[in-house]
Design a protein around this ligand. Structure first.
Ligand code: 1CP
Length: 388
């Protein structure tokens, strides 16, 4: 596959002066400095899928509102994003939306069915289906920019993470027509009709790159690309048939500059995450990521080794432990923190999303525990030698 990876020429490379990274509101936050590779006194923590299903205040707010309508209502999306930050004291908000939102805004018929996930009544299966995909008018992203701006105002010095689905994971839904186990139809198209596959990858990269860029320009301080289902691919297929499209999507947000508090010029940190992608870590890093999210299937010290020991990591508590007795969870968290020391810097997270039936009190306790471990470690350091 031969896709350009350079940004659109019209794209500005410098963040606006009022952006929280540029104005200094979030550039010294534990999350951002850790993503930039500096290990601070605190291990920052947030949870994938922290917003939403596990929170009673989310379920109450959503009564009578369709999932995608909630995503496109700026006040509601903003409020849902803030709920876990208030309740749990996490170090970041993750924007409440869904990976299929830009597809919907492009005009594709997609809905989110409760308890199931994204469903498309007209799957994209043929060359004509791919050719007929509508063009995204970036003006349609206005509700997203508005929701992000509202959220960032309310968050103050706590950073907001923007996110998008990677081209392969989006294609898995477009071609299958809904959630699937092995993404067979998508992988069949990849091999049987490479031209349509490439066109589909280009289309998904374009819509999802625009979605991510809109969130960053409206005030998000980091970007996370979810290639949740890339673990279904061999390294060879990922590298040849998927990675160039992920690089194309990330090119829209890559190299967006701000001036850090130490006067250095830095760029908006980009995190890349997939499930079961232990074999793909290096290739996924190479598409333009600064930080790698690791699922729970390989320990962080091994992930760091595979990445040459130079890449900040995010992860990787096994969500199954959230329902285990506290001492079992606590021991697992300490193990994850210890193994995370193999990387240059570490943001604590789960190895996948918060399960819907998780007791929210466990998440709150876990966040406090991680912060406390850091505080205890700092207070047990030897006192500085007084100046002679
Ligand atoms: O009715 C509901 O409450 C729907 C449940 C739900 C929620 C709360 C869905 C349907 N999406 C979301 C929000 C969402 N989706 C967020 C923001 C909330 C947060 O993280 O705190 C994010 C980041 C996503 C991203 C997303 N959607 C991914 C990538 C992350 C991952 O979990 O791997 C994927 C694969 C989706 C598709 C999707 N949307 C919804 C579901 C249940 C699914 C997965 C379906 C499947 O198993 O294939």
């Amino acid at each position: 596959m031969n896709l350009p990876t350079s940004p659109t020429p019209a794209d500005s490379r410098v963040l606006p002066a009022a952006h929280p990274l540029q104005s200094g509101r979030t550039s010294a936050s534990p999350l951002v400095t850790t993503y930039q590779g500096t290990r601070g006194p605190v291990t920052p923590v947030w949870m994938m899928r922290q917003a939403g299903r596990s929170l009673p205040e989310y379920r109450a707010l959503r009564v009578g509102t369709d999932m995608l309508d909630a995503c496109l209502d700026p006040a509601m999306a903003s409020e849902i994003t803030l709920q876990p930050v208030r309740r749990h004291g996490v170090d970041a908000g993750i924007f409440f939306s869904d990976i299929v939102v830009p597809i919907k805004l492009a005009g594709v018929d997609v809905s989110i069915v409760a308890g199931k996930g994204p469903v498309l009544p007209h799957p994209v299966r043929t060359a004509d289906d791919v050719r007929n995909l509508p063009t995204l008018d970036e003006a349609a992203l206005a509700p997203i920019s508005e929701a992000v701006a509202l959220t960032v105002d309310a968050l103050g010095d706590i950073p907001l993470i923007g996110f998008a689905g990677a081209p392969f994971t989006l294609a898995a839904y477009l071609v299958e027509g809904g959630p699937s186990k092995d993404h067979i139809a998508a992988r069949t198209m990849m091999h049987s009709d490479p031209e349509s596959w490439q066109a589909l990858m280009r289309w998904t990269a374009t819509v999802t790159g625009a979605f991510l860029r809109a969130q960053i320009l409206a005030g998000a301080s980091a970007a996370q690309l979810f290639d949740s289902w890339a673990g279904a691919l061999s390294l060879a297929d990922y590298t040849a048939k998927v990675a160039p499209a992920s690089a194309l999507a990330l090119a829209r947000v890559h190299g967006l500059e701000y001036t850090a508090p130490d006067a250095a010029s830095r760029t908006v940190p980009i995190v890349h995450f997939g499930v079961g992608t232990g074999e793909l870590l290096g290739a996924m890093h190479d598409v333009g990521a600064d930080v790698m999210g690791v699922d729970y299937r390989i320990p962080l010290d091994e992930a760091s080794r595979r990445l040459g020991g130079t890449v900040p990591l995010q992860g990787n508590i096994d969500p199954a432990f959230l329902a285990a007795p506290w001492p079992v969870l606590e021991a697992h968290v300490l193990d994850v923190l210890e193994r995370g020391k193999a990387a240059p810097a570490h943001v604590l997270n789960l190895g996948h999303g918060v399960p819907p039936d998780t007791d929210p009190a466990v998440i709150t306790r876990l966040v406090a525990f991680v912060h406390q471990v850091a505080a205890d470690a700092a207070s047990s350091l030897p006192a500085p030698t007084p100046a002679a």
